[in-house]
Design a protein around this ligand. Structure first.
Ligand SMILES: C[S@@+](CC[C@H](N)C(=O)[O-])C[C@H]1O[C@@H](n2cnc3c(N)ncnc32)[C@H](O)[C@@H]1O
Ligand code: FES
Length: 456
């Protein structure tokens, strides 16, 4: 028996610009429309909607196949979707005007495409051409830099309800010709739309990048823009083995306070979504006192305070950050449960009697010796049956993955004196050496992992 009444395959094979493909003919818009229409008609449980690779019929795209009957559609447009869903997927009658049932022509087209593709690959290989995959990876900085510059100049806010390059250039005090080039590139990336000479924000850009929008993430994303300048020093950092002197970098150019404000906003962007999950995993039963080392925006302490009215959290962070932490804690309305301490976790006495000590996104900033010392002092500061919770990007044993953790290690190379990503076995080893028992890794969704050790 089939698990679904219908299984849809929509081709979304990306190809180089200028080469005919289903995405170039609008297959992603078709996919979105199918999903929306199926939901609207209450057909979600009858359909499995999946994407697929090239079927060699690219000139006739977007191509879509509906199983179990094997009905092929070609040149499907979002405007056809309502009819396909209503007539075919609800009432069981294929939409004849879009059905493609000339099997021999399809087979011939597909075979011709396959043979041409193989010949082109062989010719490129013979000529020693760099594979597209590598080329794209190498040029990956272009879209990234384009968006970061737009964020730095607050272009999306300046676009507002619309305007031409000259008007937008005036609003951001920048050169109109260059602004026009940037705006066109943003249109090509799908972050703006253009009609005549006028540019507008897409719904996504208006939501996430424009000041005054509820979900505006620009402040946090400016941290990524700041980090860009650090990454430009990677070559020298690899040569010397540590970050290169700070006088070359953005915090000196822009001022430390701005840099730190964006840094903490960047941390909060991820932490606020993740914190409730971590709190649920660790639980609040029997938890009275928590020490949040390097608490930053306070997202984790805030989530604990909200989950348990009897929980008291103490955040230790550097003096420059604590006033920012205070703003987040006060906005969350939990100042009575979350206290703040300005200090240095590498030097200061932690205190005693805590039920949980948290190290969220902290250990990667420090060297092995510094982490071992923090773990040892945390062990002493915990009450019996207390827990040390370390959350970080955790590497596989051979340190080559997951990719995010491996790349993040370099982020620490360019940003810190001796930081890095570490593996589960390193964290486990350090915790056991510090006297923790029952050290275990708890699998959580998302890029970072959680390792917890207990005191007896
Ligand atoms: C990567 S952020 C993590 C923030 C927070 N734990 C989170 O997950 O969102 C690192 C935090 O550690 C703080 N920090 C760095 N060095 C510190 C030190 N020596 N003592 C105390 N806090 C420190 C930073 O100011 C920052 O708030
Ligand atoms: S790209 Fe869709 S069939 Fe080739």
């Amino acid at each position: 028996m089939e698990p679904f009444r219908f299984h849809l395959f929509v081709c979304t094979q990306q190809k180089p610009e200028g080469v005919p493909s289903c995405p170039a003919s609008g297959s992603f818009a078709v996919l979105d429309a199918l999903d929306r229409e199926a939901q609207a008609r209450g057909l979600d449980n009858d359909l499995q909607l999946t994407t697929c690779g090239c079927m060699g019929l690219c000139d006739e795209g977007p191509v879509m196949v509906v199983y179990p009957a094997g009905v092929w559609y070609r040149r499907v447009q979002p405007s056809d979707v309502s009819e396909i869903v209503g007539t075919h997927l609800r009432d069981g009658k294929p939409v004849d005007r879009l059905v493609w049932n000339d099997a021999s022509a399809m087979k011939a087209m597909s075979a011709e495409h396959r043979d041409k593709f193989r010949a082109a690959m062989a010719a490129r290989d013979k000529a020693g051409t760099l594979p597209d995959r590598l080329d794209q990876m190498i040029r990956g900085y272009m879209p990234s830099r384009c968006i970061l510059t737009a964020l730095e100049l607050d272009v999306f806010t300046a676009v507002g309800d619309g305007g031409d390059a000259e008007q937008i250039g005036t609003r951001i005090h920048a050169n109109a010709r260059a602004v026009g080039m940037l705006l066109n590139a943003l249109v090509s990336l799908g972050l703006l739309s253009k009609s005549g000479d006028d540019y507008k924000n897409t719904p996504e850009s208006a939501r996430f990048f424009v000041q005054g929008s509820k979900d505006n993430q620009r402040n946090g994303l400016l941290h990524t823009a700041n980090i860009w300048h650090r990454w430009s020093t990677l070559t020298d950092a690899v040569r010397t083995g540590t970050r290169v002197p700070t006088d070359l970098h953005s915090e000196d150019r822009d001022g430390a306070t701005e840099w730190t404000r964006h840094f903490i906003a960047g941390m909060q962007r991820h932490a606020k979504d993740r914190a409730p999950l971590v709190v649920k995993t660790l639980g609040t039963a029997g938890v009275r006192r928590i020490l949040d080392l390097g608490g930053g925006s306070g997202a984790y302490s805030i989530a604990f305070a909200k989950a348990g009215p009897d929980v008291q959290c103490e955040i230790l962070d550097i003096p420059e950050v604590v006033p920012l932490t205070a703003e987040y804690v006060s906005q969350a309305g939990v100042s009575a449960q979350v206290t703040l301490r300005a200090g240095d976790m590498l030097q200061d006495d932690f205190g005693s009697g805590y039920d949980i000590i948290m190290l969220n996104a902290i250990c990667h900033m420090f060297s092995e010796d510094q982490n071992r010392d923090i773990f040892r002092r945390a062990r002493q500061a915990l009450a019996p049956n207390g827990r040390l919770a370390v959350q970080d990007f955790i590497l596989n044993p051979d340190k080559t993955g997951p990719q995010h953790a491996a790349l993040f290690s370099l982020n620490m190379l360019v940003n810190t004196d001796a930081g890095a990503s570490y593996s589960e076995s390193e964290y486990t080893h350090w915790m056991k050496a510090a006297g923790f028992t029952e050290v275990s890794r708890i699998q959580l969704p998302g890029p970072s992992g959680l390792i917890v050790g207990m005191t007896k």
